[in-house]
Design a protein around this ligand. Structure first.
Ligand code: PEP
Ligand code: CO
Length: 449
């Protein structure tokens, strides 16, 4: 493929576009994109560069990436409680991981713009009627009728605005401090008593609290005054016209920045070397992610790293692997070996969600806590055995009390899924399941340090 430096924000249009959207009104689409291009950016280039520097630290084992949020945000979830709950769980998990890994944790949300979804089929048929599949709130609406499912360019602007509202609130919370959010005293740990490892969880939580109090006593100030609780934003950069509309040069810097979020990623369905997504992403200055799965050939992984990070810049490329608990032991070692042979540096991040999705007897999509944990634990061990290291994790989670994944301390069963299943797409870990996973990871990480 052509990896020369001739690149422009629209060069992707010459390549094969997968998961593209057919808008019936092209003039309306062009007008919406034109307007989007005039709006101020959601994030700034200096924040983007700062995140790249932090990811470089994670690549060298001096920090750890925690990336998480909804599979697909809904516009209706742009509410203060939902946003606070998501920040709270990410913050709580990051405290546990800092304790376990003895490293700074970089928090990157799948939020403030995670509004589009790839689908296995462009259409959906119900009762003999075929309509466009639901592709996320940025594109169309989930209700099954022709009006709702028609891709509507006005939603691009609505999505951009919702992302801005979300980010504005997050920035306000970060600046005001989260005094009541980051101390284990305020964590909801009612589930601990149901866990087999109850005593150990209690000890870890107690140690985190002691550590924080010790730090604060030394400094004579609360933690949120000691360290800014930074959050960065990320989403799958699936909708290329949307991403392109906000991709620009900024004064006094070289390179093109996609300023819809700090760290966009390429999904597993759109990671082909000859595809439009790889072409678009290779020209961005942002730190970027690319998902890889059990079907990605080792040679392809090495070539992706070369094309997406030709200068081998630290922090530039995160490989997010998502194989499934039964597959990881076979798929990961050849991927690591291919990168080592090509001398390409990347940050390795494990997404233990997307390879572990299954359907229940009643047709619900779910994931089992045990499979998620198993893929994660194997990822830590395999990287170590292969002379590499796992520098991050990627979760689909929510801070709320949903019932979408089975298992965890309370032993959620398939029947329990009916109580609070809210996702339109993939099942998310709830608050308790997320915190329990973080405690189990902390245990695993501290055993290794
Ligand atoms: C996702 O992250 O929601 C997703 C679709 O994952 P993947 O690209 O890994 O299948
Ligand atoms: Co998903």
């Amino acid at each position: 493929m052509n990896t020369s430096h001739e690149w422009s924000p629209e060069a992707w249009k010459q390549k094969t576009l997968r998961q593209g959207i057919a808008y019936p009104d092209e003039r309306a689409l062009a007008a919406a994109l034109e307007q989007l291009g005039q709006l101020p950016p959601l994030v700034t280039s200096w924040e983007v560069e700062r995140l790249k520097g932090l990811l470089a630290q994670a690549q060298h084992g001096e920090a750890f990436l925690l990336q998480g949020g909804d599979c697909c945000e809904q516009f209706a979830d742009c509410r203060s409680e939902t946003i606070v709950a998501k920040l709270k769980i990410l913050l709580n998990m990051s405290m546990a991981l800092t304790y376990g890994g003895k490293r700074r944790v970089i928090r990157v949300g799948r939020f403030a713009g995670q509004y589009t979804k790839p689908r296995s089929s462009d259409t959906e048929t119900q009762g003999g009627v075929t309509l466009t599949a639901y592709r996320g709130d940025l594109v169309n609406r989930p209700e099954f009728n022709a009006a709702a499912r028609t891709p509507d360019p006005a939603l691009l602007l609505r999505g951009y605005e919702r992302a801005a509202l979300t980010l504005n609130f997050i920035r306000g919370l970060v600046d005001g401090g989260f005094a009541d959010l980051h101390h284990p005293e305020y964590w909801d740990v009612g589930f601990v008593k149901f866990a087999a490892l109850s005593d150990e969880y209690t000890r870890i939580i107690g140690n985190i609290g002691d550590g924080l109090r010790f730090l604060e006593t030394l400094a004579g100030r609360p933690l949120d005054e000691l360290q800014r609780q930074e959050f960065y934003t990320s989403h799958e950069g699936l909708h290329l016209p949307y991403e392109q509309s906000q991709t620009r040069h900024v004064p006094r810097r070289s390179g093109w920045y996609d300023l819809t979020c700090h760290m966009p990623w390429i999904g597993n369905r759109t990671n082909q070397l000859d595809g439009a997504h790889v072409e678009f992403f290779r020209g961005l200055a942002n730190p970027i992610g690319v998902k890889i799965g059990p079907k990605t050939a080792p040679a392809e992984v090495a070539e992706l790293a070369r094309v997406l990070n030709p200068a081998n810049e630290p922090g530039r490329l995160t490989l997010i692997h998502r194989y499934g608990a039964p597959e990881i032991a076979l798929a990961l070692p050849p991927h690591i070996a291919a990168l080592q042979a090509a001398d390409q540096q990347v940050l390795w991040c494990c997404d233990p969600m997307h390879g572990n999705t299954k359907n229940t007897r009643t047709g619900r999509k779910t994931r089992d806590f045990q499979s998620i944990l198993s893929e994660l634990e194997q990822a830590f061990d395999i990287h170590r055995a292969c002379g590499s290291h796992l520098g991050g994790v990627h979760f689909e989670l929510t801070g709320e009390n949903v019932t979408e994944c089975v298992g965890g301390a309370r032993g959620l069963s398939e029947a329990d899924l009916e109580h609070a299943y809210h996702s339109n797409v993939d099942p998310r870990l709830n608050y308790e399941q997320s915190l329990e996973l973080a405690l189990l990871m902390a245990r695993k990480m501290s055993a290794a340090t």
